[in-house]
Design a protein around this ligand. Structure first.
Ligand code: HEC
Length: 310
């Protein structure tokens, strides 16, 4: 068949099914358009179309776990501390000045020095309206145990239960017509917080501080390896030359030796290096060392780390 016949339009129309081939053009064009469109908008393709939502009190984002010792909260009998006594109120007054006055004010008016910096103002204890958890002993205990997330009212769960009851009774002296707890309220309080058992709080440090400590530790390790490697490079004695001849990467050798030294064992060193000489900085020839030679290499590297302590 001749090419001339193939593209003869009249011939094609006689057999319209063959026109189907023209749809190829359509897909080509559509693909082409999409491609151009994509390249045209390249800058925005991977960009997030919706900006992140930052809540009004964005300080919550940068809040960290506070530093706290692992304290033991001694058990307490609710019956003895749920009602105010002269001793409890006096103790509460002292504790209030130390722990609460900075926000709630010396006289509980919600006007402490820190209050100005808080988005949600600390409660005025003279005012009975609008309390979130409530003014009963059991309700205020919940506030002191859990804090009020998102307001700035912190948890005081690290203070002893008795201290917290003492402060609650002192805070009550600012108000009038304080609602009374029912026996069920107190039973539930005991049940919820296991007051008669006491609790052991785990110690914790802020994440930021933990990261700094980790970084410092690994930095000092890296420094030690660097120092000892450059020290080894400078040595010209026979053993140093022997080790350098075996080395693919002196830094790795020093690191392996330091790790083995931490376990104080030649055996560990041999095991680690033999399992994978290359990863540990050695040429494969190291596998042919005899026991004396292993000993020499290991002890030399260990001494290096001792003689070079800064
Ligand atoms: C860092 C500042 C700050 C400190 C310190 C602080 N508070 Fe608060 N407190 C607040 C804020 C803010 C609120 C929230 C007010 C609100 O939500 O209406 C609040 C609310 C309260 C409430 C009301 C709970 C409710 O049901 O609405 C009580 C009770 C309370 N605090 C007791 C105390 C006691 C007792 C102490 C000391 C042990 C203390 N606070 C220490 C800031 C503080």
């Amino acid at each position: 068949m001749q090419l001339k016949d193939e593209i003869d339009f009249k011939e094609l129309l006689k057999n319209p099914v063959r026109l189907f081939g023209a749809s190829y053009l359509y897909f080509l064009l559509a693909g082409g358009f999409l491609g151009v469109y994509y390249i045209w908008n390249m800058n925005d393709v991977s960009r997030n179309g919706t900006p992140p939502v930052i809540p009004a009190d964005s300080t919550r984002f940068i809040e960290d776990i506070p530093m706290a010792l692992g304290v033991r909260i001694p058990p307490v009998d609710v019956k003895n501390v749920a009602s105010p006594t002269k001793e409890l109120v006096e103790k509460g007054a002292v504790l209030f000045k130390a722990n609460c006055a900075s926000c709630h004010g010396e006289n509980g008016m919600g006007d402490g020095a820190t209050a100005a910096t808080l988005a949600v103002k600390p409660r005025n204890f003279h005012d009975a309206a609008g309390w979130k958890n409530g003014r009963k002993v059991s309700e205020m205990y919940k506030t002191l145990q859990e804090g009020l997330p998102a307001t700035g009212m912190p948890s005081f769960n690290y203070l002893s239960a008795e201290d917290r009851f003492a402060m609650i009774h002192y805070v009550h002296t600012f108000g009038t017509d304080i609602p009374k707890d029912t026996p069920e309220d107190l039973a539930n309080l005991e049940k919820t917080y296991s007051l008669s058992k006491g609790v052991q709080l785990a110690p914790h440090i802020p994440v930021k501080l933990a990261m700094e400590k980790l970084e410092k530790e690994s930095r000092s390790e890296v420094n030690a390896v660097n120092e000892q490697t450059s020290f080894l490079e400078k040595q010209q004695d026979a053993t140093a030359k022997f080790i350098k001849a075996l080395a693919v990467d002196e830094k790795k050798i020093v690191t392996t030796a330091l790790n083995a030294a931490a376990k104080k064992s030649l055996n560990d060193f041999i095991k680690i290096v033999s399992a994978d000489p290359f990863t540990n900085g050695f040429k494969p020839e190291v596998l042919r060392l005899n026991t004396d030679e292993w000993n020499t290499v290991y002890n030399y590297l260990i001494k290096l780390s001792h003689s070079n302590k800064s």
